[in-house]
Ligand binder design. Structure first.
Ligand SMILES: [Zn+2]
Ligand SMILES: [Zn+2]
Ligand SMILES: [Zn+2]
Length: 162
């Protein structure tokens, strides 16, 4: 059962999503006394530019395009920022796409389900506690210790079904 339906599809004011995400990130980094440096912030903002997961190369390209005067952003600095954001739980990695997406509810431990639209590329994160419990139950029976579980479901979002 979906316990969270903060799923944002095409028609919404995405600027509000970005502002809210930036505010959450600043508060969380302050609390943990880690630094959201300008480059980390820029990477985070680039990932939050849409609800479509972005690969590392795309992040580098978009940051290069957005810089003025245009200067080539160095991939290693971007990769290090991605690592930082992953560690802080501010973004997630979708392994089926090898891409990154902003987390709408960072700061608490969660194992989520991503609904990935194969047509528009959007990925919606929702929590499905019963599914998490089922995975843990299965793992326990096999005496397997779960460290992370990210469930990626591919299909069509509401807007792309019509
Ligand atoms: Zn949005
Ligand atoms: Zn999340
Ligand atoms: Zn779609």
């Amino acid at each position: 059962m979906l316990t969270n339906s903060r799923i944002a599809y095409h028609h919404h004011d995405h600027k509000r999503c970005i502002t809210a995400a930036m505010n959450r990130a600043r508060v969380l980094c302050d609390d943990r006394q880690v630094r959201l440096t300008p480059i980390r912030e820029a990477v985070f903002k680039t990932i939050w530019a849409s609800h479509r997961p972005l690969g590392a190369y795309d992040i580098v390209d978009q940051m290069t395009l957005a810089s003025s005067p245009v200067k080539r952003i160095l991939p290693p600095t971007v990769y290090r920022s991605i690592e930082f954001l992953l560690e802080q739980g501010l973004i997630h990695r979708l392994s089926s796409l090898n891409a990154y997406i902003g987390c709408p509810f960072p700061g608490n431990d969660h194992n989520d389900v991503f609904l990935i639209c194969r047509k528009c590329g959007s990925a919606a994160e929702c929590s499905a506690e019963q599914l998490t419990a089922a995975v843990e139950h299965t793992a326990n029976r096999a005496n397997f210790k779960v460290e992370s579980q990210v469930i990626e479901v591919v299909g069509l979002c509401p807007e792309c079904q019509s």
